[in-house]
Design a protein around this ligand. Structure first.
Ligand code: PA5
Length: 425
């Protein structure tokens, strides 16, 4: 289970501390489905639902792709992309032998990025997983038309067998196309919004193709949501939500999520969408940013240590490293590093993290540690469940609907008008 350590944030709390009564009320609103957007809270029960319904079919589809293709082009944007990308980078940063390469498309309109991916695909055998809940989002639709044409060129009348669609059960252009062409299809449940959908087929199919054990992910998520179903301040999701809202009330308006694992980078992108899109409304919301340590200590470290004091810092730490590496001793000690010799690199990294924490706290940056047991399927699942639940509690604590995103329509309206879409104003 995820653990939260607030000792580096406590010096910045008022005497009363985080408002656990407000966290309790927000949790009740969430659990009893009485709040804004309650129709979109189905993600909490989704791991069990998926296990009972689609999981076997997802694994079977992934096995089919793995057995015949060297690549999967996963086409999606926002919540239909970041979770799978984050999971694959975190758990499978280097594809193993026999693991297809997963290319992510549909998250850009850059002609160069699309052409680069086509070039990288070369003459590989590939499949396409097009992922869009609405089935109408422009970026994935543009990519899908292009990669579908490539499939038709390559496989002729067998192309439809290489397309896997993940979309709404009933509505949308993509659903219509999938039905018409007989594509293998998976569902984004009605009661689950895009950024909360990583534990559905949206995330699970690309993850399984990449060689992640999604059955382990789902079993761990079922267990984690159960463990998080605790009504009290001992609940780590309450602790995190209440602490960040308390700090926000004291003027800490930017939260930087950091981690000492470079493979975490895209999980931070997933987290930014989850929190930014859920909380940034009604002219309120903590601005979610991210850093990768120790690399960014040499770029952003100065600002964090001595810039304006509106930053709070949440650090994801994996208790156990996957591997070990005892630092070698060198007889001459020409580089002067023998004081580290014999210690494991994981220990050196842990000490560096403690040192950074001490410096940042004394420099005026509240620090929250989110501890995940290991960088594996269980750790990933636990982290997703924790962040999703905490996000909902935090959103309700700040009196917004954490499950909608009305603001993202503004640019789309302009774009469609400027591109001359029929009927666009
Ligand atoms: O969280 C959300 O709902 C959004 O970020 C969507 O995931 C994103 O806009 C993509 O939408 P769709 O899956 O409908 O193409």
């Amino acid at each position: 289970m995820v653990k939260v350590d607030l000792s580096g944030a406590k010096p910045f709390f008022t005497a009363a501390g985080p408002d656990y009564a407000a966290a309790a009320a927000a949790y009740k609103t969430f659990a009893e489905k009485t709040g804004l957007g309650a129709d979109f809270t189905g993600w909490e029960g989704m791991p069990q639902r998926i296990k009972d319904t689609e999981l076997d079919a997802i694994v079977a589809a992934a096995e089919k792709i793995r057995s015949r293709s060297q690549a999967l082009v996963a086409i999606g944007i926002g919540g239909s992309y970041l979770g799978a990308k984050g999971a694959i980078e975190l758990l499978k940063p280097n594809p193993g032998p026999g693991d297809p390469k997963v290319f992510f498309m549909g998250n850009t309109l850059s002609v160069d990025a699309i052409n680069d991916t086509i070039a990288a695909l070369g003459d590989m055998d590939f499949d396409v997983n097009v992922i869009s809940k609405s089935g109408t989002t422009l970026e994935p639709a543009v990519s899908f038309r292009i990669f579908r044409e490539l499939l038709i060129k390559k496989y002729g009348d067998k192309a439809d067998d290489h397309i896997f669609a993940t979309t709404d059960a009933r509505r949308g252009v993509l659903k219509g196309l999938a039905d018409k062409n007989g594509w293998t299809s998976f569902v984004v449940p009605d009661d689950v919004g895009g950024r909360f959908s990583v534990l559905s087929a949206v995330g699970l199919l690309p993850m399984a193709v990449a060689g992640i054990d999604v059955r382990r992910v789902i079993d761990a998520a079922i267990a984690e949501f159960k463990a998080l179903d605790v009504g009290g301040p001992e609940n780590p999701a309450w602790q995190y939500a209440a602490a960040r809202q308390h700090l926000y009330g004291k003027g800490y308006t930017v939260e930087i999520l950091g981690c000492y694992e470079p493979s975490f980078r895209f999980m931070a992108e997933w987290w930014k969408q989850l929190y930014g899109e859920s909380e940034g409304k009604d002219h309120k919301g903590i601005f979610p940013a991210s850093v990768e340590f120790t690399a960014d200590l040499h770029s952003m470290g100065q600002y964090i240590q001595q810039g304006p004091r509106m930053l709070m810092e949440s650090i994801v730490r994996f208790t156990e490293s996957r591997t070990s590496f005892p630092f070698p001793v060198e007889e001459e000690d020409a580089d002067g590093l023998n004081y580290l010799a014999g210690r494991d690199l994981s220990e050196i990294c842990r000490v560096a993290a403690d040192a950074v924490r001490e410096a940042h706290v004394s420099g005026g940056v509240p620090n929250i540690v989110i501890e995940i047991p290991k960088r594996d399927e269980e750790g990933f699942a636990a982290m997703v469940c924790f962040f999703e639940l905490a996000c909902s509690i935090s959103g309700y604590m700040s009196q917004v609907n954490p499950f909608d995103q009305p603001g993202v329509e503004a640019y789309k309206k302009n774009m469609f008008r400027m591109l001359g879409k029929p009927g666009a104003k």
